[in-house]
Design a binder for this molecule. Structure first.
Ligand SMILES: [Zn+2]
Length: 367
């Protein structure tokens, strides 16, 4: 199929007035004769969701049909590249489906018994087993391992609060084992206390990062460690605090403090030069297809829309080693009526979604 794109084709290096899609790839000149499809508008590289659990539901593993519906919901909002950030289901079959987004797997969440959501994680009885488990997950995944670095420890009664799961030395050995197996490591981290051991261990990426203080933010920026701020999820922290508040007042206090400073935190990451990664955290309680809402939330939190669009497309793609609509690169793209850098809510209304060169969804198909 040959597509002719006109309007503005936005890439990492600028804008082109037209381009072609031929045999699934981007081309700067077209073949003789009319194309199969004409698409006019503002063209962006497909959105990236780096924290999107395709194959996970509220109670853990889901059936294949559910995972398929999740992947389609993401695709139809323009998300064409996913890092799954931990999934209990085997989703390798998705690789044989050219109509579904490309997925970079991070294995299963690694946690300890009673120290994460039930049914989500591989739970290690013995903390010393972490390095072996990280090496194994590294070999089973697509270059990433997902670690749960902190969660509420309910064994402390009324003093219970979010605390690190792993001793610092075990964490360091675990990250080293994953690196030796060729994988990068990202970690779920809400609390302040979880961050220093992660930085010392050589963590590659941080999910949530709500408890990071100014020194930790500066250190992450200096080391080029990105953060996935998951604002839709962090907006829920006040509810989490209310739900746990009577039994666990210190937990409630901790969660509420992070909820109150969430927009300040988002801007602090950005102003320090940390690369913000786009992540919806869909799959547990947040619905798939939420990434445009997450990105709009960054703008209401104070990040300029121009930066948000770059971060959610070419910046995230470059970070994951994926194409950005250069000549000869895969045609994974989304067409919009207007430039979302002027109005971020445009991202929720794609005109056309093109994956591997095929037109799949959007109003261009339905009229
Ligand atoms: Zn998650």
């Amino acid at each position: 199929m040959i597509l002719h794109l006109t309007g503005a084709v936005l890439t990492a290096v600028g804008s082109r007035p037209e381009a072609w899609v031929d045999d699934g790839r981007m081309a700067w000149s077209g073949p003789a004769g009319p194309p199969d499809v004409e698409l006019d508008g503002v063209v962006l590289p497909g959105l990236v969701d780096v924290h999107c659990h395709v194959g996970l539901g509220e109670r853990g593993e889901v059936a294949r049909e559910t995972a398929e519906a999740q992947a389609l919901a993401d695709r139809d909002t323009g998300v064409l590249l996913i890092r799954d950030a931990g999934v209990p289901s085997d989703t390798r079959w998705i690789d044989d489906r050219p109509d579904l987004p490309r997925i970079i797997r991070a294995g299963r969440h690694l946690a300890r018994p009673r120290r994460y959501l039930p049914g989500f994680a591989e739970e290690l009885d013995d903390v010393a087993a972490l390095p072996e488990a990280m090496a194994r997950n590294a070999r089973a995944g697509d270059g990433w391992v997902k670690l749960v670095a902190d969660w509420i420890d309910r064994s402390e009664g009324a003093d219970s609060r979010v605390r690190p799961l792993w001793p610092a030395d075990v964490l360091a050995d675990g990250v080293a084992a994953a690196h030796a197996a060729g994988a990068r490591v990202t970690a779920h981290a809400f609390s302040h206390e979880a961050i220093d051991p992660l930085l010392e261990a050589g963590i590659d990426c941080i999910e949530h990062g709500t408890g990071m203080d100014a020194d930790q933010i500066a250190e992450a920026a200096r080391r080029g460690i990105p953060v996935t701020p998951t604002m839709i999820q962090v907006d829920n922290f006040a509810e989490f605090a209310a739900a746990g508040g009577r039994r666990y007042p210190r937990y409630a206090e901790q969660m509420l403090a992070m909820w109150e400073r969430r927009d300040v935190q988002l801007r602090a990451f950005h102003e320090a030069g940390i690369q913000l990664l786009p992540g919806s955290d869909a799959g547990g309680t947040i619905p798939h297809g939420s990434l445009p809402d997450e990105l709009a939330r960054w703008v209401t939190g104070g990040i300029p829309a121009t930066d948000v669009v770059a971060l959610a497309t070419w910046r995230a793609r470059e970070y994951l080693g994926a194409g950005t609509l250069g000549e000869g690169e895969p045609a994974d793209l989304v067409v919009y009526d207007e430039d979302p850098r002027g109005d971020i809510t445009v991202l929720s209304r794609p005109r056309a979604v093109v994956l591997r060169g095929a037109l799949h969804s959007g109003r261009a198909l339905t009229g």
